[in-house]
Design a protein around this ligand. Structure first.
Ligand SMILES: NC(=O)c1ccc[n+]([C@@H]2O[C@H](COP(=O)([O-])OP(=O)(O)OC[C@H]3O[C@@H](n4cnc5c(N)ncnc54)[C@H](OP(=O)(O)O)[C@@H]3O)[C@@H](O)[C@H]2O)c1
Length: 242
């Protein structure tokens, strides 16, 4: 089968391309840096034409109020090209619990992306993943100073990017779900606890202060970002750190 992997140079996209090729498929990465711009539409029809499956693993350059426009315009351009090209399966990567945190612009933007796909008249699959292990450094940097990192105790179920990529590649090569599959890491931690484990592993002497108002995850109520019934990935956070 032929796969057009949009965002195929990114953290997840580049590994999905490798996994699909290793499974014997033809997988072509497309991204802004390869001359395909999903916002202006440049090169999109050509990228999608002839693909059996489109896997959209792009990301918005910002997580703020500009993100809904990014996901709306990019999905409208990609879906129009996919309909024209007769694509049989369109896959996106979203976030577990994404519809439970309407306070966050970025999460509303990802819900919009899902809704556009569901209304897009193309057989589809939505893979919702929990937070990537690779994302932890960024999450800590938002609320860090020289001595402390402030983090809420929000329950998080971190998953390794390589496990996300494997799950996306498997779904993309299968029959369209016309629905949602949740995937998550094998363990749940409070984000503050995850911060302490991370700093200790790195020999970083800063202290994690539990602060229910700190950072983007302060807006999350309860354990909506976790799902113990998700398809559980094999890699544990402490093994990944090592
Ligand atoms: N972070 C998390 O914990 C988490 C959890 C669940 C789901 N997700 C989702 O996972 C998806 C992939 O994330 P990621 O971290 O792998 O992303 P990433 O590493 O930031 O890669 C983003 C990709 O999008 C491409 N791109 C951006 N703007 C573009 C444009 N205008 N035209 C064409 N390509 C463009 C980039 O191309 P260039 O290389 O050319 O810039 C790059 O290939 C995102 O949709 C995100 O919402 C993330």
């Amino acid at each position: 089968m032929k796969f057009a992997v949009i965002g195929g140079t990114g953290l997840i996209g580049s590994q999905v391309v490798k996994d699909l090729r290793a499974a014997g498929h033809e997988a072509v990465p497309y991204a802004k840096s390869t001359g395909v711009d999903i916002i202006t539409g440049q090169g999109v029809d050509e990228a999608v034409a002839g693909a059996d499956v489109v896997v959209n693993l792009t990301n918005s350059p910002t997580f703020d109020e500009a993100s809904p426009a990014f996901f709306r315009t990019s999905m409208e351009n990609l879906l129009a090209a996919a309909r024209k090209g007769g694509v049989g399966h369109f896959v996106i990567l979203s976030i577990v619990g994404v519809d439970q945190v309407p306070e966050l612009d970025y999460y509303r933007a990802k819900v919009l992306q899902e809704e556009l796909l569901q209304a897009g008249q193309i057989p589809y699959s939505i893979v919702r993943a929990t937070q990537f292990m690779e994302f932890m450094d960024a999450a800590m940097s938002w609320t860090a100073d020289a001595d402390t990192v402030r983090l809420p105790a929000t329950p998080i179920q971190p998953i390794a990017a390589k496990d996300v990529a494997a799950a996306v590649a498997e779904v993309a090569a299968g029959t369209p779900l016309n629905g949602i599959r949740n995937i998550g890491g094998p363990d749940v931690f409070g984000l503050d606890e995850l911060g302490r484990i991370t700093l200790s592993h790195k020999g970083d002497k800063r202290t994690v202060v539990t602060d229910p108002t700190a950072g983007m995850f302060a807006a999350v109520k309860g354990d909506v970002l976790t799902d113990k019934n998700a398809h559980l990935a094999p890699t544990h956070y402490t093994d990944w750190l090592s």
